[in-house]
Write a protein that binds this ligand. Structure first.
Ligand SMILES: N[C@@H](CCC(=O)N[C@@H](CS)C(=O)NCC(=O)O)C(=O)O
Length: 222
């Protein structure tokens, strides 16, 4: 794939999980890309809330993805990955494993479940555990419980697929969406003791080459 493609620019942060998903998708398809790191400040030149970055993403969050081959700029990890799939995955290696109407819905329902529920609930758990200026045990309990509820749903799904991938059949972009968020369980102060299949799935994902390479490009370690 690589030879005639100009490297895409992935705007990222060294620790946030959302840019990593996009990096995994690009790695999986062998689409060349460079990473530009931003910090979480409003510094006009370096921050995601600063003037320079807001010209790329007016929502002031990473990831954002610039494609010099098409002139397209995307942001929101879901939009970035779906753009990558449409343009660079003509053979459908990371999209829905089947082409029935149910296969397409299955792909989207898990993608949206991560984007709207498991990701944000984990993010709020992190927030109230590590960053909220005042202790707020009620909020922390609420978001922990909601994240565990998502783990319950995922564990049940993995019972159906044998835990080698979320949709079964093969690894897809859905797994790429989940991996960086589920990997944060320990940082979020959560445990996988009650979730053996999530632990198994995560172990498989962590050793995949595209995942290791993506972490290396974003964080400098695998
Ligand atoms: N729904 C967005 C979330 C993006 C997001 O929250 N990114 C975090 C890093 S993982 C961020 O940029 N945070 C900066 C901030 O909160 O100021 C997506 O899926 O891309």
């Amino acid at each position: 794939m690589a030879a005639h493609i100009k490297p895409l620019v992935l705007h990222a942060h060294a620790t946030g999980p959302n840019p990593i998903k996009v990096a995994i998708a690009l790695e999986s398809l062998k689409v060349p890309f460079v990473v530009k790191h931003w910090d979480f400040s409003d510094d006009p030149n370096t921050g995601v809330k600063g003037a320079m970055f807001l010209k790329i993403n007016e929502n002031g969050r990473v990831p954002a993805l610039e494609d010099p081959n098409t002139g397209i700029v995307s942001w929101e990890s879901g939009a970035c990955i779906n753009y990558i799939r449409r343009v660079y995955d003509k053979g459908n290696t990371i999209g829905p494993p089947g082409d029935s109407a149910q296969d397409l819905v299955d792909f989207e329902k898990w993608e949206y479940f991560l984007l709207t529920t498991l990701g944000p609930m984990t993010g709020q758990t992190n927030w109230f555990r590590h960053y909220h200026p005042q202790k707020n045990e009620d909020a922390l309990k609420r978001y922990e419980a909601q994240t565990y509820r998502c783990y319950d749903v995922l564990e049940e799904q993995l019972k159906k697929t044998g835990a080698t991938s979320i949709l079964g059949a093969r690894v897809t972009a859905v797994d790429y969406h989940f991996e960086p968020w589920v990997r944060q369980y320990s940082f979020a102060g959560l445990s996988l003791d009650r979730y053996p299949l999530i632990a198994k799935w995560l172990g498989i994902m962590e050793t995949r080459e595209e995942v290791r390479e993506a972490y290396y490009k974003i964080k400098g370690s695998k």
